[in-house]
Design a protein around this ligand. Sequence first.
Ligand SMILES: [Fe+2]
Length: 410
Amino acid sequence: MSIPEEFTPAAIEASSVNAFRPYREFLKSGEPYVSIFLNNMWLNPPKADAALEWGKGWYYDTTVARKHAYWKNIELPEATRDIAQMRHDLHEWGYCLIEDGLSQAQCSRMRHRIAEQAAAERDLGIAYVVASQQHVWALVNKGADFRGCLEHNQGSVQAGPLIERLLDETLGPGWNHFSLLSNISFPGCHPQPMHQDQTFIAPYNPLEAPVLVNTMYVLQDVNQVNGGTLFIPGSHRPNGRGGQNGLYGELPRPINLEAKAGTILMFDGRMLHGSAVNHSDEFRYVLTNSCVKSWIREQKNFILTMSPEALASASTKLLWRLGFQSSITSNLTEGYGYQGTGKMGDLNGSVAEIRRAFDAGDYRHVGEISPASVAGLGPDVFTLQGIQRANETFRTPEFLAQMATLGVRP
Ligand SMILES: [Fe+2]
């Protein structure tokens, strides 16, 4: 068989020189980071093995807002229980602070649990530690309160319904969890490079609304000493020439987060931030829970990460939020889920059913088949058959009869 010349790699390569490529410039633009770093050289992060420099104006050499030369005269969001104020703060400044979002009991329970977990992971040699922090991933399997946070259950997070409302209003209903982890700044750690949490869509930088909102649970008092998170208020909006062109100009300097234990910080996925240097002798613990538009692939592969034990006790709400509901555009398994709505509890797209079948250890996929090869096979040769029978509500006797009328044709 001879392949037409135009389809050969060499011909395609040759035809690509000086070709019409309308998206190339945008896709290679490196925005929003090119304009951010070009106009704010002090944001360049230190190399992982370099000593930190103080008194030279680097982004990590800062303090809390009330002590900051620039920010102390500007009215910034303060911790509040007033959701009306939070809506304005989140929109105007890219963040809001929920006062006593966790009760002190909830806060200390979670801090104790995460400290113990983090130490055990270090002891085992399985911890994920980078220059700026230790990450404890997969909290869905590591404590009932963490699952409670993912459900916004008030037994674990007393401000849960308020957080959920702000997420609904900012991301639109039906959002999913992207991740829930602990970020632990250890004594002497490096600062993290300043970033947007929704960097995964760069160079797209939507001006209208974020596609990610992060909820940070502050588990002890934080400040400029122990590594209160660095962030630039208002940086969720580009401020380059023309204002609305998506480019960044000169930015004000970051501040350290100053917040009491139990405070919850919610911030826009476009706001520039990064973990700070911890100058204290103690670990600094926070949890971060990013939530995203449901069409975004989760950072955690919850479908593989979730333990059978956590799966067995998971509520339909938790499964929904973790991406265990298929819809026409996501998480179809062998086609099952195509008629799912993506809504909570819809059995037409329940990935949990698939996962349970996998856990049972005898999942059998539909492969290459023919009418001859399936003639006489029973109703449970392939796992999909049973899953369809149990869950696909449209697969009625009438539907099956109608499908049979199509018959076998060449
Ligand atoms: Fe981040």
